[in-house]
Design a protein around this ligand. Structure first.
Ligand code: DO4
Ligand code: MG
Length: 287
């Protein structure tokens, strides 16, 4: 079962729908949109119950897909794959021993990534900072958690990051990570039961420039050094998320060190069981 947040035509009102083949069946979520559904203990039965009274559907290609969140915060986990650890050690001007320590430590690296206003949906532009010359996409499996921090589904996340800013000093991490359009999410939320077994989930990244593929990489969730449950447990310690939260689980794909995103590049991230999230890149004075 996959659900999407969408709008029709130029109408600003968001809706939630269930994807069935190439149709979207409208789900009556009331005024709270996705958040209303995220509060339910048994999401699948709740969706089936709400669907029973709904008869409106739209062809999938006719709607505008929106990022699958309302007021939820987005958090990120870092250095959860060996590839990410090596990349951080490489970029860090201070030698990067923090990264090796955090890769092995009991406590994971967790950081605040974005408020909903900094998140873009499918097809919307992600941003390269004007004060960065080394900016990369980070393709990540994103966990969708309800207010009790139950894992109710998965979406695709792009934790766009400025490697030069973080590399100059790890204390610059928030500036490397948190800025306008620094995070993309979508295209849908695949409910937990609809996902393939964890060890078989593949993640692929493709970057196109001037009509040609200039980078392709892939990894698998099997290479993640942490379990989802472990990340969720740490995220919930002395913290609360009254509307639920999205947690990015870290990147295992890092383009070569001489690669940086440029305006007009197209970034495509595919994750088994969910689909493909595609975003163009911009760099401009005003967000
Ligand atoms: O320490 C930096 C963050 C690393 C990160 O975002 C990742 O591994 O995905
Ligand atoms: Mg990341």
């Amino acid at each position: 079962m996959q659900i999407i947040k969408f709008a029709v035509g130029d109408h600003p009102d968001p809706h939630v729908g269930l994807v069935q083949d190439d149709q979207i069946i409208l789900i009556d979520t009331g005024p709270r949109c996705l958040t209303g559904l995220l509060h339910s203990n048994d999401l699948e039965s709740q969706i089936e119950h709400r669907l029973a009274s709904m008869h409106e559907s739209f062809p999938l290609g006719s709607v505008r897909l929106l990022a699958p969140l309302d007021e939820q915060e987005v958090w990120g986990a870092g250095v959860t794959y060996e590839r990410s650890k090596h990349a951080r050690e490489q970029e860090s001007e201070q030698g990067g021993s923090f990264y090796d320590q955090v890769y092995r430590a009991h406590r994971p690296e967790l950081f605040f990534k974005a408020t909903p206003s900094r998140v873009v949906g499918p097809g919307q532009p992600i941003r390269v900072r004007r004060d960065s010359a080394w900016c990369v996409p980070e393709p990540e499996l994103a966990l969708v958690l309800n207010p009790s921090l139950d894992l109710i589904g998965f979406t695709i996340g792009n934790d766009v990051s400025a490697r030069d800013i973080e590399g100059e000093n790890p204390l610059y991490l928030p500036q490397a990570k948190v800025y306008a359009s620094s995070c993309a999410l979508g295209p849908s939320i695949a409910l937990t039961k609809a996902m393939p077994p964890r060890s078989t989930i593949g993640i692929r990244l493709e970057i196109n420039r001037d009509g040609a593929t200039i980078y392709k990489g892939e990894t698998s969730i099997a290479r993640m050094a942490r379990r989802f449950e472990e990340l969720i447990d740490w995220l919930g310690r002395d913290n609360c998320f009254p509307s639920g939260v999205i947690l990015l689980t870290g990147t295992g794909i890092v383009p070569p060190d001489d690669f940086s995103l440029k305006p007009a590049d197209i970034v495509r991230i595919s994750i088994d069981g969910i689909g493909t999230l595609e975003n163009p890149v911009v760099q401009s004075e005003r967000p």
